[in-house]
Design a protein around this ligand. Structure first.
Ligand SMILES: Nc1ncnc2c1ncn2[C@@H]1O[C@H](COP(=O)(O)OP(=O)(O)O)[C@@H](O)[C@H]1O
Ligand SMILES: [Mg+2]
Length: 270
């Protein structure tokens, strides 16, 4: 029997990816038969080499790319339904953004509120408060009036995290939020992700910073077009799976973690 105040449609897993395959118009299969389930209030790391399909999987979950087969469900509903209800926020990979677009930090973060505005898109007081709160939360309140193109890599990441926060969604998908940022920013972002998880948010984060994954990720998914492994971090984040996911291209094995394993791991460094 469900509890009184529980919304039945929002119970169960936050994200179900069920045998999803994605093919680009070029004919390239970027994902084949990938399945995973993210429980609500959890952080999942998505790991894999360049070109393994991480961004493609993020976009399929967000509903930006239609699967050739399989399906994605968000709180048991179709992705389109979740989009309409403003349930998912997305922090894109930096390479996918046109930085020459003349727009202020404040306006970028306000874009996170669009799904909550009327069709005239006029910000209400609640929208302005959400933008200001989000800017402060990621530590860039002082940058509000700056042009987005004039920021450092770490500052840009914080802006897009603030935009996602302003959306007040229940799911956040972050594509390489730590790439090109300094250690201070990385730690600040990880702290925010942990807080969001503890507030009930479900988070999928693409990252190459392997050594900190066990510190904040509840589950790990490794892909290379197909799913290599998925499950609780302590079960899946193993040298054998990492070697399978990264093989010869892994330059920075998390040596401190591997040192805890009994068997020595052979490195295939070029
Ligand atoms: N728009 C596209 N058109 C054709 N192929 C693409 C497109 N985007 C990505 N790909 C290909 O799909 C594969 C997966 O890409 P992607 O999901 O971006 O990988 P990752 O994010 O893991 O680096 C790669 O082989 C890439 O070249
Ligand atoms: Mg990518």
């Amino acid at each position: 029997m469900s509890r009184h105040n529980e919304r039945p449609s929002d119970s169960g897993p936050a994200i179900v990816v069920d045998k999803v395959s994605v093919r680009y118009a070029s004919g390239q299969w970027a994902l084949e038969n990938v399945s995973l389930t993210l429980e609500s209030s959890s952080i999942c790391a998505l790991l894999g080499i360049n070109g393994s399909g991480k961004s493609t999987l993020c976009k399929a979950i967000m509903g930006f790319l239609p699967p050739a087969s399989g399906r994605v469900a968000i709180f048991k509903h179709a992705v389109r339904h979740a989009q309409r209800r403003n349930i998912m926020a997305y922090v894109p990979q930096v390479e996918e953004i046109d930085w020459d677009f003349p727009v202020s930090v404040y306006d970028v973060v306000m874009m996170g509120r669009q799904g909550r505005m009327g069709f005239l898109r006029i910000p209400a007081r609640a929208d302005r408060v959400a933008v200001e709160t989000s800017l402060a939360r990621v530590g860039i309140a002082d940058l509000a009036k700056r042009q987005i193109g004039a920021l450092s890599g770490g500052q840009k990441k914080r802006v897009f995290l603030a935009r996602a926060l302003a959306q007040e969604s229940r799911i956040m998908v972050l594509d390489e939020p730590f790439t090109g940022v300094d250690a201070t920013t990385e730690n600040a972002i990880i702290d925010i992700l942990k807080q969001l998880r503890d507030e009930g948010m479900t988070i999928l984060v693409v990252t190459h910073n392997l050594s900190v994954v066990p510190e904040y990720c509840d589950t790990v998914a490794m892909i290379n077009r197909n799913l290599i492994a998925f499950g609780k971090t302590e079960h899946v984040f193993t040298p054998a799976n990492l070697a399978q996911a990264f093989g010869g291209v892994l330059r920075q094995f998390p040596l401190d973690l591997l040192a805890q394993e009994r068997e020595p791991v052979q490195e295939h460094l070029p």
